[in-house]
Design a protein around this ligand. Structure first.
Ligand code: ADP
Ligand code: ZN
Length: 628
């Protein structure tokens, strides 16, 4: 209700509005669209959300495949609010449960979780509340669900069951959890209740398996676009360790005070990289499976609360976090497969704001993983997936096109937000360059590696070249006009095109393949592309398409609002982004809302948050407005 007193000056009127127009408690309107706005503060459903919600409300099963950050949770949270009874959410990720429950509570929804992290007393409280019908959404780990299935859970009025991370039920997937296989019994015990299976990763064979394992009935498959347009994609190959660290440090330098994750292959690497960055004064911590639970939880919490800005982690990190303002993700090594890679970069920019991702790789990572795969289960499949990963990294065409086509989605246009689109490779006839390199390899009896070859081609007079007796070679110095780094790029291109092989088992000696011999003899020509210049890449601003149009964000106000958010988060002991995410704060810093109606119009502001925090945030904004 709005009270207007006409003779008041505008700022007084605004102040009054802030106090008296706080929306009053009304019986919850159970229309999904209204709930989306009133509870969560969003204006529109994302593609498929509405259809999934409608189908669920009609009591039918669905299978939801959406990328990380795609908005899966809304698909069961809104029906949960529409139904009279309780909704059960099964999730294997204990920390994510707490996060989601806190987020729901911040919207004024009665939610709780039940897993191994809570005390017997807390367990009892949850059971009592659930039995009394006071909880709308109850999150359980699969172990707990199995163990309480035949006790108090039986007495609840269960109206909907959501199985999150549903790929865990399939042995085809990469996170198989044995406890998940028992969910079918639970499903069969509730024949009339709709089940929702949700996941961000499942190829065709896994999908079928998941449906069967969970006992879904006539379920409909919903696949949303996997395109995350706000993520820029960049790949840098064959960068030596020292240079890689320098580049990362420069990258972070440009992203002061923004959160990011660096993924490494080994535990040792995470510690090394973290130490390197710490020495340069960055707010950074490492995280890997070798640490004890307590340390891991502490590191994770500090990251979530913005107390630590950068995490250097093995892939064990991130599964259980829902931090929406991760602004960048760097892969220090080649990931094992495109599924994992896409999921990991997907942890950036969940709030939809532009975010950057960079992948570093070299052939050594590839060889190392191939060896791991040889020893593991499903060896052939794993190696195929690894090869696809490498192909992606080495590609010279739009990366997003390649990535999405792997997930069965076909873009008709290049994305304009990846390194290849920014810097399309320029092809030229590389036959002569190739012949120089190939002849060098032949004259050194296929015994030497890349560095020696380049030194010989460039006519360096160093001790090794001398000791090898290569000063007299006919090819000595024939490639003086090409820089060391460009040669490196060209030689890798020769390897990628199958002209030479890098023998990792023989100290990385270069060998000429049959095609290479043809080119050397002039029987075949080849195309090469100009190396991409790193300097150009650094200076480029990422071009972002279709990101929500935001007015000019006032940086000072944004900082002020962040401070306020941080202090509230501290007080109520939740992660800052649970109060409001960056996107909402940015919208406030550009729209400058000072009345309740204006504030409610900000994306992410529902009734409850308006009531809880609206006044405080609007005070900061109106002060800012008077000064400005
Ligand atoms: P997922 O579970 O698929 O990884 P989430 O459900 O956590 O993704 O959603 C990611 C973010 O998108 C959350 O911050 C959520 O509040 C937001 N979101 C979901 N649906 C909408 C919508 N219709 N409009 C705006 N934001 C949304
Ligand atoms: Zn592209």
């Amino acid at each position: 209700m709005k009270t207007t007193i006409s003779h008041l000056p505008q700022e007084k009127q605004d102040e009054l509005n802030r106090i008296v127009t706080v929306p009053e408690e009304t019986p919850m309107d159970k229309n999904p669209q209204t709930l989306l706005k009133n509870v969560f503060g969003y204006d529109e459903f994302r593609p498929l959300q509405q259809e999934i919600i409608d189908r669920t409300l009609a009591g039918k099963d669905s299978f939801v495949l959406m990328p990380t950050g795609g908005g899966k949770s809304m698909c069961f949270q809104i029906p949960a609010l529409c139904f009279d009874g309780i909704t059960i959410v099964v999730s294997p990720l204990i920390s994510l449960m707490k996060d989601q429950v806190q987020a729901l509570q911040s919207h004024g929804i009665k939610a709780a979780f039940f897993n191994s992290s809570i005390s017997p007393q807390e367990e009892n409280d949850v059971i009592t509340q659930a039995t009394k019908g006071e909880i709308k959404l109850l999150y359980l780990s699969p172990e707990k669900l199995i163990s309480v299935r035949n006790t108090w859970l039986q007495d609840l009025d269960i109206k909907l069951v959501a199985i999150d991370e549903a790929h865990c039920v399939s042995m085809w997937g990469h996170d198989f959890r044995p406890e998940y296989t028992q969910l079918k019994v639970f499903r069969n015990s509730l024949p009339k209740v709709p089940f929702l299976a949700l996941t961000a990763t499942a190829d065709k064979s896994a999908r079928k398996d998941i449906e069967a394992q969970l006992g879904l009935k006539d379920s409909k498959l919903f696949i949303s676009s996997f395109d995350r347009e706000n993520l820029s994609i960049e790949v840098r190959g064959q960068v030596a360790k020292k240079k890689k660290l320098q580049e990362i440090e420069q990258f972070i330098e440009r992203k002061k005070n923004e959160s990011g994750i660096i993924y490494c292959l080994s535990r040792k690497n995470t510690e090394e990289v973290a130490d390197y960055l710490k020495e340069d004064g960055h707010s950074v911590a490492f995280y890997h499976a070798g640490m004890n639970t307590e340390d891991r939880e502490r590191v994770q919490t500090e990251f979530i609360n913005d107390d630590t800005k950068i995490i250097v982690a093995t892939i064990a990190f991130g599964m259980g976090i829902d931090k929406s303002n991760v602004r960048w993700v760097i892969h220090y090594n080649l990931p094992k497969n495109l599924e994992g890679y896409y999921q990991e970069i997907g942890r950036a920019g969940r709030d939809g704001l532009p975010s950057e991702t960079v992948l570093y790789y070299n052939m050594r990572d590839f060889v190392l993983y191939s060896q791991f795969a040889d020893d593991g289960a499903n060896s052939t499949m794993q190696k195929d997936k690894l090869s696809r990963m490498l192909q992606f990294a080495e590609a010279k065409s739009c990366r997003r096109k390649i990535l999405l086509s792997y997930f069965g989605e076909h873009l008709t246009q290049d994305c304009g937000n990846c390194d290849v689109c920014h810097n399309p490779p320029k092809a030229f006839d590389g036959t002569l360059l190739a012949q120089k390199a190939l002849s060098g390899i032949a004259r050194m009896q296929e015994k030497e590696g890349i560095t020696m070859l380049i030194n010989v081609l460039r006519g360096s007079n160093n001790a090794e070249v001398n000791a090898g007796g290569y000063l007299q070679l006919k090819t000595y110095g024939v490639g003086k006009d090409v820089s060391f780094y460009d040669w490196r790029d060209y030689i890798i291109q020769l390897a990628n095109q199958g002209l030479i092989e890098i023998m990792y088992s023989e100290g990385s000696a270069l060998k000429i393949s049959p095609i290479g011999r043809k080119v050397l003899k002039g029987e075949q020509s080849i195309k090469m592309t100009l190396p991409i210049i790193a300097k150009e890449k650094n200076s480029r601003k990422p071009k972002v398409m279709k990101v929500v149009n935001q007015g000019k964000v006032n940086a000072d106000l944004f900082t002020e609002l962040k401070k306020l958010r941080y202090s509230i988060a501290r007080k109520v002991n939740v992660p800052a982004y649970i109060i409001f995410n960056d996107k909402s704060l940015k919208a406030m810093a550009s729209e400058l809302p000072v009345t309740a109606d204006q504030f409610l119009a900000i994306s992410g502001v529902g009734m409850n948050k308006m009531k809880q925090y609206g006044g405080k945030f609007m005070d900061v904004i109106s002060k800012f407005k008077t000064v400005a």
